[in-house]
Design a protein around this ligand. Structure first.
Ligand SMILES: [Zn+2]
Length: 237
């Protein structure tokens, strides 16, 4: 289906720049060719979006997603993780809610540790205009989505931030396409935002490309090039 950009209003639109951080560009979990999206992301940041969000994966160094923190486990092995009891205990009416399923977790190299250079925005990204949202800050919870963890036990406040500004449309770009970009876009759609992902401002870990099919099937709208937005009349200042 062709993407209808003519109806997009900058005053009701936000750009979500996902995890353009040193470790994902040139560090311990570098996504191939990630540096190639920086110019496109910077070009998007010149547009008059009502809100410009930059997310950071931001883990404590004993985080559950690091292979190093699991004796005898290797990077990229999978383990099963369970919702942390202390967070379950905080759920209202926990006894009446459906049980939360355990999840498969891929074990990663140590990356984006809080207060390290690896977690900082990459050099060259014009991040001064970005409002920062951090995720993955809880030891026992992985959080690919910029909105909330997969169990919905913790959230970053992003949904409230967008809705309080009257945002209806979000444009998602950044790293990595098959993990945090995809999870964020699917959650944005789920929360009722018209959701776009811009293909030439995204790089993925895998070359398979299944994330694009999955996002498309969920109703996320895929824009091929950043240029399509840069040339849009409604976005010209
Ligand atoms: Zn992470």
């Amino acid at each position: 289906m062709p993407v209808d950009l003519a109806s997009v209003q900058p005053s009701k639109s936000a750009v979500l720049v996902i995890d353009v951080q040193n470790d994902f560009v040139s560090g311990s979990l570098a996504v191939r060719d990630a540096e190639q999206i920086i110019d496109n992301v910077n070009a998007l940041l010149t547009l008059p979006f009502a809100l410009k969000i930059g997310t950071q994966d931001y883990h404590p160094d004993n985080h559950i997603s690091f292979a190093r923190n699991h004796t005898g486990k290797e990077v990229f092995e999978k383990i099963t993780i369970f919702p942390p009891a202390e967070l379950l205990a905080k759920r209202k009416h926990e006894d009446t809610l459906p049980a939360l399923e355990p999840l498969e977790q891929i074990l990663w190299p140590v990356h984006c540790v809080q207060n390290t250079a690896g977690a900082a925005f990459v050099d060259g990204l014009k991040h001064e205009c970005l409002e920062v949202v951090r995720k993955g800050c809880d030891v026992g919870i992985e959080c690919y989505s910029a909105f909330e963890d997969p169990w919905g036990l913790t959230n970053t406040g992003l949904e409230d931030k967008l809705k309080s500004k009257g945002i209806t449309d979000v444009f998602v770009v950044g790293l990595a396409g098959d993990y945090c970009v995809k999870s964020t876009a699917l959650d944005a759609k789920k929360h009722g935002f018209r959701t776009f992902v811009i293909r030439d401002a995204v790089k993925s870990v895998s070359d398979e490309g299944t994330e694009w099919i999955e996002m498309d099937e969920a109703g996320v709208e895929i824009i091929d090039t950043t240029e399509e937005l840069l040339t849009l009349k409604t976005f010209s200042l």
